[in-house]
Ligand binder design. Sequence first.
Ligand SMILES: Cc1cc2nc3c(=O)[nH]c(=O)nc-3n(C[C@H](O)[C@H](O)[C@H](O)COP(=O)(O)O)c2cc1C
Length: 238
Amino acid sequence: MSLRNEDYAVDIGDMRLKYKDKSETFTEDNLISKEPIGQFKAWFEEACNTPQILEPNAMLLATATRDGAPSARAVLLKGFGREGFKFYTNYDSRKGRELTENPHAALTFYWESLRRCVRIEGIAEKTSVEDSNRYFQSRPYANQIGSMSSKQSSVIASRQTLIIKERELLAKFPEGQIKRPDCWGGYLVVPHSVEFWQGQSDRLHDRIRFRRPKANEKIDNILVHEGENGWVYERLSP
Ligand SMILES: Cc1cc2nc3c(=O)[nH]c(=O)nc-3n(C[C@H](O)[C@H](O)[C@H](O)COP(=O)(O)O)c2cc1C
């Protein structure tokens, strides 16, 4: 496909990849686990073992202001478990400021070569000081200096501003002597909903969503099924 500069509207309506065929449907019987963390672990491991996926832990993080104006960016998942999904960032960045005024967050993984997507929604909370210290100290020296050089999301005059700051910090803090800046640390997104999506070529994509049940919700085992560890699951129309 070649696009002309003078094209005002680019029509990519025909751009369409073949997804999985009918023999590879994702049904309730294919669930590895009846709770979302075990299911995520199984899909994440498959993504890690797929050579075409260079960064299986890259995910999109959506946040919103107090008024609900959304913003999204990529971050790296650095851990997950029953308690939630963890990433690290600058607390004074745009995402950090938005999470302070509105802790609702959404995470999306898209593993293109597996035709799979996972959508997580939950509440973000800061991880402990000990956790942030531990992770900061485990990072390579250059990354530690890099995160100190940048007042993330602020406007700067040029790249040179960063280089000068980096040089200053390299001279001031030799390797092994850097303390984590207070404005840098972890967030844990505690999920209340996790959806597993698998694309099918006939466009009858499979979507199975785990969620926390509503108070006094009746589990009918027709639309809503009882999962494990306090989760229920249901199929969504594609
Ligand atoms: C693949 C990928 C991974 C990234 N991982 C992180 C990360 O783990 N933490 C982070 O703060 N920024 C990460 N970034 C940069 C962010 O996408 C973003 O530019 C930055 O965090 C500032 O976002 P904000 O201004 O919305 O706060 C990553 C970018 C990419 C493309």
